[in-house]
Design a protein around this ligand. Structure first.
Ligand code: ADP
Ligand code: MG
Ligand code: ZN
Length: 472
């Protein structure tokens, strides 16, 4: 009876070498207050100069989401005071952002859906407040790091759709290489706006904003908690009182959201054009920049050129690392279907917890070698699973070594196979006669007997060929 309405704001740090309005480095994890200068420290008289690379990265994003790119955009001052923002205003874009009216496609439970992107604008990040043992400290290394804030339309209808949108956005950003989008380090953070309304109603009800969510799991949990809180308040008749427009924080220990402060209205920020920065006017050569292949295009190519199933292709382009791994595999001239299976099913099946495709103990070269050994008949597919599990645990061991150590080499030696085939045929002369008289089904019986005698180590292809020849 309720419908959920979600709109997401994502802040992603652009991976430029230097900050957006000064030449300080953007590197993460440096000693506090070492990547600073008069401009990002907000010393009087210091002037901002726009970083061209940040503009190009915002543009690339705009192209990737089929957005309108504004040839002219404007930087504003957004006034508010927190200690981590020493100028007492943030330089951001307001009424004329660089990117507007884009779109992104998500796939949830096999259904494709278009989600509108309202805008994406450039702004500077604030520093960091650190609260430790009764002391509050400030690190301004992050102040002035370029951010792209990407705002979605309120068109997401569930926590699953919200997560699908964020994963897709994350992948696009990584494929474009405009941000490392590292969620732990805070270079891809999300504010989720959540409201509910009676099903069928089209007007927007009161939203709460849950700030600074930095893992897909927490985003999912925070939204689910908030939907529950709001619908319970509705049922209890306390909706008006309990659900107010405010900013909430997610408590990651108890998995609940808590009120942080009333939501500021745009008017409170007293936006006005920054007199220290001219409007940004894009040259035509900027507008024609090329962008790399994106997840959806790559997916279509995999499906069309390599005859890969859509569901598999979806997994292969789910992250940049995954698609690199796969492209690395097939570049070793291996059968694409085998590559898909050994990557998506077998290797992914082993990767758990801390281990992901990024730090997989088995890299594409090693997995490729394993697949090659299946293709050339050295090992059976069944034995290959044991080899994979073995090298997964013993990272210094190469595939061929592992096959030897585990004694899993298939017998491809014709003579050895022939001897066993002779034995089996001699022991079953009656069945050989029946076979020759037309009982074709017995071929399977002979294969079974030979493989059994070979204790599973015989190369099935070889057995097949030699047996056929012997039976005439
Ligand atoms: P602010 O900076 O005040 O948060 P923005 O316009 O940047 O405002 O972002 C508002 C976000 O909230 C957008 O993603 C929008 O889709 C979403 N939103 C607006 N109204 C609602 C609503 N009633 N329910 C859910 N999301 C909403
Ligand atoms: Mg907001
Ligand atoms: Zn600086």
């Amino acid at each position: 009876m309720f419908e959920v309405v979600i709109g997401l704001e994502v802040h992603t740090q652009l991976n430029t070498k230097t900050k957006i309005f000064c030449s300080c480095a953007t590197s993460f994890g440096e000693n506090a207050n070492t990547n600073v200068c008069p401009t990002c420290l907000a010393l009087p008289g210091a002037l901002p100069v726009l970083n061209e690379e940040a503009v190009k990265k915002a543009l690339a994003f705009g192209k990737a989401v089929n957005a309108t790119i504004n040839k002219k955009s404007v930087f504003n001052r957004k006034n508010y005071f927190y200690p981590d923002l020493p100028k007492a205003y943030q330089i951001s874009q307001f009424d004329i952002p660089i990117v507007e009216k884009g779109e992104l496609f998500i796939n949830v439970n096999g259904e494709n859906k278009r989600i509108g992107i309202t805008r994406a604008h450039l702004e500077e990040d604030a520093g960091k407040n650190i609260h430790e043992n009764n002391l509050s400290k400030i690190d301004l290394n992050r102040a002035g790091t370029p951010l792209l804030e990407i705002v979605s339309e309120p068109e997401l209808k569930s926590s699953d759709e919200a997560v699908a949108y964020l994963k897709k956005l994350h992948a696009i950003i990584r494929f474009l290489d405009i941000s490392d989008a590292n969620m732990q380090e805070g270079s891809f953070r999300c504010d989720a706006n959540v409201s509910i309304r009676p099903k069928g109603d089209t007007k927007l009800y009161t939203r709460v904003e849950i700030k600074n969510l930095n893992s897909f799991r927490f985003i999912q949990k925070a939204i689910e908690y908030e939907i529950k809180r709001q619908s319970e308040a509705w049922e209890d008749g306390t909706y008006e009182k309990e659900v107010i427009q405010e900013t909430r924080l997610f408590d990651t220990t108890n998995l609940i959201t808590k009120s942080m402060r009333d939501k500021e209205e745009a008017a409170e920020y007293r936006y006005f054009p920054d007199p220290d920065l001219l409007p940004v006017l894009l040259k035509d050569e900027f507008l024609s920049i090329k962008i790399p292949e994106l997840p959806d295009e790559k997916k279509e190519r995999f499906i069309k050129d390599l005859s890969i199933k859509e569901s598999d292709a979806e997994i292969l382009v789910s992250s940049l690392e995954m698609s690199h791994f796969f492209e690395n595999l097939i570049s070793q001239n291996l059968n694409p279907k085998l590559c898909v299976n050994w990557l998506n099913t077998e290797l992914m099946g082993l990767l758990k917890g801390e281990l992901t495709i990024e730090n997989s103990p088995v890299d594409a070269k090693k997995l490729g070698k394993l697949i090659q050994r299946i293709e050339d008949g050295t090992i059976s597919a069944k034995a290959a699973k044991d080899v994979l599990a073995y090298v997964f645990e013993n990272t210094s061991i190469e595939i061929d070594q592992a096959i030897k150590q585990l004694g899993l080499e298939q017998v491809s030696d014709d003579l050895a196979i022939e001897v066993v085939i002779e034995q089996i045929l001699n022991a079953n002369t009656d069945k050989v006669l029946e076979y020759k008289n037309g009982k074709d089904k017995l071929f399977g019986f002979f294969i079974g007997q030979v493989m059994k005698e070979g204790k599973g180590a015989f190369n099935p292809g070889k057995v097949n060929t030699i047996l056929k020849a012997k039976l005439g």
